[in-house]
Design a protein around this ligand. Structure first.
Ligand code: ATP
Length: 444
């Protein structure tokens, strides 16, 4: 049995339980009964989340000459959200079941006249519900001091467009990227971290001339699919492109990259042609000059192509795609095999890339030295407790690609055993060659 059945409904249950047990993801405020739509990343979760961020940043910013980075505030001037249209339009239709009191997001109901929970048809009128989260800035809690937590991380990119351009001397076309939190008062948070009220987005706004904007949009669509294929090992049968039927009035094209989750297909990333809407609106509402002036003095409002992905959804998609249960040999008494749970994570994002496991506590001093040596270059863990078989299984469950076993022979021959997560094959490698070995196998 080797089961990676993304379509299986039990997979979600197994993943949620694994995430909690192994410190990947916890429910926020769990000791108070949890807080719906909020999640904490535990010790292994935060390592993998950062690695995913870094992988995206490396590909979208560091390796490119035409994309700059930004780290802006979560709260910005309230007028930003008037200009962007969020205060007026960023809403979902909702209704309540008068019998069981369940609140529904109307577009998620298979039949809008029937409660999905209790099947009653006794529903309230549908009404608009704005998803922006409000707070107050300053000592007075009144209408004049309302501010909003950003609902998407991209708006501050538009506000900073001209400053970034001047500071970096970039010319059209170029992009600005940002990773950061976004907040939405989702009516119905669900499917683990897939629909949360606080989440992280990784967004890149690419500014170009209108004439070449459709080619730019095609380019980014292909680039982002390539990223999932090559960097996260997503296969073509687990990804699909969803074309938007209804486009925003300012947009020329929009697609979502959807991924197959155990609960069905879900949006992972949007690649949107946003026209000149954002820059034009902020220019109008702020009075600032946000136009681009070329070498010949020609003024242009740049056209924007956006790539916008949820980090939490990417994390979840990677987990779903990596989870396997398989029959494996065991040293447990009375058994020849048992079920091993293994996360076949890409090595570049595994929470632990190398686990250092001394065969005996007596070898701690040398094994810890080895750990210190590797920990500067890779995400490492040192584990000395339990039988070696149990320790391997613990590492398999969190997706550690390599375990390094330090034994008594290591003291004599300066070599260690490297055990491969996926094949479970073992090789003996001289410690002097370890770094070269991992450079080859871990750096993507
Ligand atoms: P959906 O239709 O699922 O509500 P959306 O079209 O509103 O998503 P966008 O506004 O395009 O989403 O946001 C870009 C990305 O941010 C999405 O593709 C998704 O990965 C992520 N995202 C959006 N809303 C949430 C949420 N509530 N929880 C987690 N991630 C989210």
């Amino acid at each position: 049995m080797s089961a990676n059945n993304i379509a299986s409904p039990e997979l979600m249950e197994k993943l949620v339980s694994l995430c909690k047990r192994r410190g990947l993801i916890f429910q926020s405020s769990e000791i108070y009964g949890g807080f719906n739509g909020f999640w904490d990343y535990g010790p292994y979760g935060v390592r993998m989340k950062r690695a995913l961020e870094n992988l995206w940043w490396k590909n979208m910013v560091d390796c490119r000459m035409d994309v700059e980075g930004l780290d802006s505030t979560i709260i910005c001037h309230p007028k930003v959200w008037k200009a962007s249209g969020h205060i007026e339009q960023f809403s979902d239709l909702m209704c309540d079941c008068k019998d069981c009191k369940t609140r529904h997001r109307v577009d998620q109901m298979p039949d809008q006249t029937v409660c999905t929970n209790c099947k009653s048809t006794n529903l309230t009128e549908q009404r608009e519900f704005n998803l922006m989260m409000k707070t107050y800035v300053g000592p007075v809690f009144d209408e004049d001091h309302i501010a909003y937590l950003r609902a998407e991380s991209c708006q501050p990119i538009f506000l900073n467009f001209q400053q970034v351009r001047i500071a970096t001397r970039q010319k059209l076309p170029f992009g600005i990227a940002q990773i950061g939190k976004a907040f939405r008062n989702e009516i119905n948070p669900r499917n683990f971290t897939f629909r949360s009220r606080e989440f992280t987005q990784m967004e890149m706004e690419y500014f170009c001339y209108e004439e070449t904007s459709m080619e730019t949009w095609e380019y980014w669509k292909n680039e982002r699919i390539r990223f999932y294929r090559e960097k996260l090992n997503f296969t073509d049968d687990m990804m699909r492109i969803h074309e938007h039927e209804k486009l925003a009035h300012y947009a020329k094209a929009a697609v979502d990259i959807e991924v197959k989750f155990p609960f069905g297909w879900g949006e992972l990333e949007g690649i949107h042609h946003r026209g000149t809407w954002d820059i034009a609106r902020h220019q109008e509402f702020s009075g600032a000059d946000l136009e681009y002036v070329d070498e010949n003095g020609k003024r242009t409002i740049p056209t924007v192509v956006e790539t916008s992905v949820g980090l939490d959804r990417t994390f979840l998609a990677v987990l779903c795609n990596s989870y396997y249960e398989e029959e494996a040999a065991t040293q447990k008494e009375g058994k020849e095999t048992d079920v091993r749970v293994v996360l076949r994570l890409p090595a570049t994002i595994a929470p632990v890339q190398v686990a250092v496991l001394p065969i005996s506590k007596k070898l701690s001093e040398n094994a810890q030295k080895l750990y210190q040596d590797l920990a500067g270059s890779y995400r490492c863990e040192y584990d000395v407790t339990g039988s070696i078989g149990k320790r391997y299984r613990r590492q398999d469950e969190i997706g550690t690609p390599f375990c390094v076993t330090f034994d008594f022979d290591s003291l004599e021959d300066n070599a260690v055993t490297i055990r491969n997560r996926d094949t479970m094959a073992q090789v003996r490698v001289n410690t002097a060659q370890l770094k070269a070995y991992f450079a080859e196998h871990l750096e993507g």
